[in-house]
Design a protein around this ligand. Structure first.
Ligand code: NAD
Length: 246
């Protein structure tokens, strides 16, 4: 029997990268997965290739779309908020439009999703929320990650706040803080650099293990946090960074 048998898991950013790997790992462990993203073609592929995954086009910044999903969801055991964007630059490179875009997608979307699903979880007297943060947050500063680091620090704050407010009502809330994970968007960021080969090397070297993390390695941690094996764990940030912050 799978470790997530009978659980209903809703997760965002499931079309590629960590979200896709987590959706596949959850389904393999027996969960019923509702996989959200705005990338229709990649979502379709995910649903066709993997049993137990139902997909839905949903923009996590749109309150009406979230509310109609909540209405149609009978039961939810795990809400996993993953969608996020990496803006490259210092505070001087980040204009108000960049700032607002990142804070809207990386933080406000999680506020909207949690606020919409929490009443259902409270009625069930159980619920498990996982948020995607990063070690680039309140844990560590990184060059050219001003608004990104700010947004991911806010995700840690949001996680602890929800955990503290609802622990006595059967709700737990944790976040995941990866180092550098090999995903399509990371590859795009590398290709956008003047010397992509050197950029990849630089990304690898900053992890003390000297390599990138795979999305599947993060997915193992996601399975643990989504399962009852982590039933006593709440309000925590789980670092998975190959020793970057050692
Ligand atoms: P990615 O950036 O490759 O893919 C992100 C997915 O989010 C895409 O499928 C995209 O279509 C979807 N998306 C974008 N806007 C959306 C919206 N408004 N509504 C719904 N879906 C939307 O994925 P990744 O690199 O695996 O990153 C996933 C999360 O993990 C992000 O929050 C990121 O900040 C975090 N993270 C990534 C790394 C890394 O090195 N890759 C490290 C630490 C944290």
């Amino acid at each position: 029997m799978g470790r997530l048998e009978g659980k209903v898991i809703v997760l965002s950013a499931a079309a590629q990268g960590i979200g896709r790997a987590a959706a596949i790992a959850f389904a393999k462990e027996g969960a019923k997965v509702i996989a959200l993203d705005i990338n229709e073609s990649q979502l379709k592929k995910l649903e066709q290739e993997h049993q137990g995954i139902q997909t839905r086009i949903l923009d996590v910044t749109k309150k009406e779309q979230i509310e109609s999903l909540v209405k149609e969801t009978e039961k939810i055991d795990v809400l996993f908020n993953i969608a996020g964007f990496v803006h490259h630059g210092t505070i001087l490179d980040c204009d108000e439009k960049d700032w607002d875009f990142t804070m809207n997608l990386n933080v406000r979307s999680m506020y909207l999703m949690i606020r919409a699903f929490l009443p259902k979880m409270l009625a069930q007297k159980s619920g498990n929320i996982i948020n995607m943060s990063s070690v680039v947050s309140s844990i560590k500063g990184a060059v050219n990650r001003c608004v990104y680091g700010t947004s991911k620090a806010a995700v840690i704050g949001l996680t602890k706040s929800v955990a503290a407010d609802f622990v006595e009502q059967g709700i737990r809330c944790n976040c995941i803080c990866p180092g550098t994970v090999d995903t399509p968007s990371l590859r795009e960021r590398i290709q956008a650099q003047p010397d992509p080969t050197q950029a990849l090397k630089d990304f690898m070297i900053r992890q003390k293990m000297g390599r990138l993390c795979s999305a599947e390695e993060v997915a193992h941690l996601c399975v643990y946090l989504a399962s009852d094996e982590s039933a006593y764990v709440t309000g925590t940030e789980h670092v998975i960074d190959g020793g970057w912050t050692l």
